[in-house]
Ligand binder design. Structure first.
Ligand code: ATR
Length: 284
């Protein structure tokens, strides 16, 4: 669609930004909903991140997504932070308000929950115990979201115990660290298992985890989406678990930003998934 003088403009700030899938995703929605707007990649090196964020309003942009490695810088640079950002310590979505103020939020938790709601309806009914593998930024968003969803026993397992402890300390007693060596035992009685590490991604070893103790009713979710069917999900499926792939989280986390910048809440549809999968298949 060609642009006009009234086009609404948003983008993604990252370094490098060439691998970001967000322009493809937002571009599809803009086309699909026939919106006069554009979503552009903004390659910003670390030393210019604050300056670039500060310039969003002056340039008349509606806002931006923020990706690696700028999410923490954006958090520090923005005064108006929504609770979603405060809980995660990182901003991935910036909205320029009508008066030019920047509002920072983090939509990863929204994306995580909406993806499970979409792909595993009823998953919250079993809210009780959940096992989270990993202790990075993605794990922090997932843990916060699980607390919001009512989980009362969140078991954190991570190769580096100190990182898991640091993460658990940010939350209350509902989040407990289990030793990496005993990660298979941490599955006993869990309603949900989530991999938030990079294990299972193309070029990485698979997550080495014995699923024997996981109840058959448990849902297994991988945040990795390259490949879509990770070794963890493949094994979980063979064992009869409901599985949820990671592509949906990427798609759903983008929706609140699109709604704020372009004026309508977009949907995640099978056509959109196919469109995004074509780029994943060709790039690996
Ligand atoms: P993000 O912020 O995207 O979650 P990250 O902070 O780099 O990414 O976290 C990556 C996660 O993958 C961490 O939990 C990391 O474990 P460590 O804290 O021990 O580094 C985990 N991870 C990466 N490679 C791993 C491996 N070979 N074995 C076990 N865990 C691994």
């Amino acid at each position: 669609m060609s642009l006009t003088g009234k086009s609404r403009i948003a983008g993604v700030i990252g370094w490098p930004v060439a691998h970001s899938r967000s322009p493809r995703l937002h571009g599809w929605w803009l086309e699909h909903y026939r919106i006069d707007g554009a979503y552009i990649p903004l390659a910003v090196p670390p030393e210019r991140a604050r300056e670039a964020i500060g310039a969003l309003a002056a340039l008349g942009l509606r806002g931006a997504n923020v990706t690696v490695p700028h999410k923490e810088t954006a958090f520090l640079a923005i005064g108006d932070r929504e609770p979603s950002a405060l809980r995660v310590g990182a901003v991935n979505t910036i909205v320029v308000a009508a008066d030019g103020r920047l509002i920072g939020s983090n939509t990863d938790g929204f994306g995580f929950l909406a993806n499970l709601d979409d792909q595993a309806p009823g998953w919250r009914d079993g809210a009780g115990a959940a096992t989270v593998v990993g202790a990075g930024g993605a794990a922090r968003a997932v843990v916060a979201a699980l607390l919001d969803a009512g989980f009362v026993d969140i078991r954190l397992v991570n190769r580096t115990a100190a990182r898991a402890t640091a993460l658990a300390d940010l939350f209350g007693i509902a989040v407990r660290v289990w030793p990496w060596q005993q990660r298979a035992d941490a599955l006993d009685g869990a309603a949900l298992l989530i991999n938030t590490t990079t294990l299972g991604m193309v070029g990485m070893p698979a997550l080495d985890l014995d699923l024997k103790a996981l109840p058959k009713t448990a849902v297994v979710n991988d945040i990795v989406y390259t490949p879509l069917m990770t070794p963890l999900l493949a094994e979980a499926q063979i064992r009869g678990h409901r599985i949820v792939d990671g592509l949906g989280m990427l798609l759903h986390q983008a929706r609140p930003g699109f709604a704020a910048w372009f004026g309508m809440m977009p949907e995640v549809t099978p056509e959109l998934r196919q469109h995004m999968l074509r780029s994943i298949d060709s790039e690996g």
